[in-house]
Design a protein around this ligand. Structure first.
Ligand code: UD1
Ligand code: MG
Length: 468
């Protein structure tokens, strides 16, 4: 049988230094939990290497939230969970993994990864593994790097016999000057872990069990220095999170440029990590695009627009200051300026949603026009229907929501209210100013407004009555 490896991601910590309620592993960087980035790299390594690999995630602090994360993870079946009951340090976290997943002892190698290091790439795992394989007498390698600012990291203290790692809290003033630091990523022979893990003590300033004690001067271990600190940047504070968010944004922008996306002022836009944009699309300054938003080809997004978890087709124009959330916009559509598409909105191709139009949970077929100042909620509108200015679906009776259905090729005049539940058929006509309370059949003409009274020459007389 070939070599096997257990990849253990430590994600049980609280993240005290972040000062937020969310467990650190779930704190988002560009819209995704920090842990997701590490899981991605681990799975890529697992799939690319010739090793048989399995990924375990150690959770503990607010474990219910991490269990929820796991339950909805697209790669759930490839991830095993282990629970660290008390956060007694990284060595204790690894121990919990072997307690809950004892078959991890059978793997030839154990790779340990921290959950708070989102810039990590599978290439770093490969680098570590190759270094370990080179010398069969070696029992473990630790990834290290020269830190621009070593504060907070464990320092690599070299001696004539080898090296060991000293945590910041336990370091002497001289040791704190060392800039080569521990990345928190290691690959070890599992036999070495088995021999040493149980004997690690918490005899240090934090009173925690340090995993770094697997590396001692007289062990056959190696520090493998990465030429760049970026893949190993650990996040312990909000300042470090902001720094990494900046780096992730740079990486994202570079990818957009390679993909042929025209971003007019890259410094002024914000994209989450999972946003996709097609070739030829133009993004104006001051645009925010979040979540799993997908934008097609040759689409224009104008300034001030905010788009979250939405699907937007090709050749679409989202004009200035529009707000879209969980909306689906098909090709050749114009939205805005200043339109709001709320969750459950589907806009068919060649449709137009104009200024000050709000649409919620509504399915608009192809070629629908709602050009000005309207509210369309809980509705369905058929092909090529034209909705005039100031149309309102009165969908809420104070207790329940009701549906409005409008057919194809129907004309609804300005200032119409549809009191739902209501149905207006195909090829129908609703006159301006109508309050529609009864269904309108196919081809029907509906008018529901009081008759006008005009008195010739009466204007002056009327005004006179107003004079005091
Ligand atoms: C750790 C290393 C340090 C290294 C740094 C790199 C130790 C003792 N120190 O320090 O040498 O330079 O990472 O970023 O390992 N965790 C648990 N259970 C616990 C404690 C922590 O699962 O009881 C997890 C955390 O969720 C985190 C990871 O282990 O993902 C590292 O913990 P953290 O507290 O961030 O350690 P650092 O102080 O950064
Ligand atoms: Mg850390």
């Amino acid at each position: 049988m070939g070599d096997t490896i257990g990849i253990v991601i430590l994600a049980a910590g609280k993240g005290t230094r972040m000062k937020v309620e969310t467990p650190k592993a779930l704190v988002p960087a560009l819209g995704r939990p920090l842990l997701d980035y590490v899981v991605d790299a681990a799975l890529k390594f697992a799939h690319s290497s010739s090793l048989k690999a399995e990924v375990g995630v150690v959770i503990g602090h607010k474990k219910e939230l991490l269990e929820e994360w796991w339950n909805s993870h697209e790669n759930k079946s490839q991830l095993k969970l282990a629970i660290q009951k008390q956060q007694n340090g990284t060595a204790d976290a690894l121990k919990s993994c072997f307690n809950d997943l004892p078959h991890f002892w059978d793997y030839t190698y154990t790779l340990v990864a921290c959950a708070d290091t989102p810039m990590i790439q599978e290439s770093e795992f490969i680098r570590l593994f190759e270094a370990l394989k080179k010398d069969p007498t070696m029992v473990g390698v630790a990834g290290t790097f020269e830190a621009h600012n070593p504060t907070g990291y464990g320092r690599i203290v070299c001696s004539s016999k080898g090296f060991h790692i000293v945590e910041e809290k336990d370091a002497t003033e001289d040791e704190r000057q060392i800039r080569e630091v521990n990345s928190g990523f290691y690959i070890l022979k599992t036999s070495h872990v088995k021999e040493i893990l149980g004997s690690i003590t918490n005899n240090n300033k934090s009173g925690e069990f340090y995993l770094t004690d697997l590396f001692q001067d007289n062990f056959s271990v190696k520090a493998v220095k990465c030429p760049s600190e970026i893949p190993f940047l650990g996040i312990n504070t909000m300042e470090q999170l902001a720094h990494v968010n900046g780096l992730l944004t740079e990486r994202k922008l570079k990818k957009f440029f390679v993909d042929g996306v025209n971003i007019l002022n890259p410094q002024s836009v914000h994209f989450d990590d999972e946003v996709e944009i097609g070739v030829g699309s133009v993004i104006y300054p001051g645009v925010t695009i979040l979540g799993k938003t997908k934008i097609g080809k040759n689409t224009v997004i104008e300034s001030g627009s905010f788009i979250k978890n939405s699907q937007i087709g090709d050749d679409v124009e989202i004009l200035a200051n529009s707000y879209l959330e969980e909306a689906e916009v098909h090709h050749d559509v114009t939205v805005g300026p200043m339109a709001r598409l709320r969750p459950g909105t589907i806009v068919g191709s060649k449709s137009k949603i104009g200024n000050f139009v709000e649409v919620k949970k509504a399915k608009l077929a192809q070629g629908v026009k709602i050009s000005h100042l309207s509210y369309v909620g809980d509705a369905e509108i058929g092909e090529n229907s034209n909705i005039g200015c100031g149309f309102i679906t009165c969908n809420y009776d104070g207790v329940n929501k009701h549906k409005t259905k409008i057919g194809s090729n129907t004309f609804v005049g300005s200032d119409v209210q549809a009191i739902a539940p209501i149905e207006i058929g195909n090829d129908a006509f609703v006159a301006a100013g109508s309050t529609i309370t009864k269904n309108v059949p196919d081809g029907g003409f509906a008018i529901a407004r009081t008759q006008q009274v005009t008195k010739e020459g009466a204007a002056k007389r009327f005004l006179k009555t107003k004079k005091t």
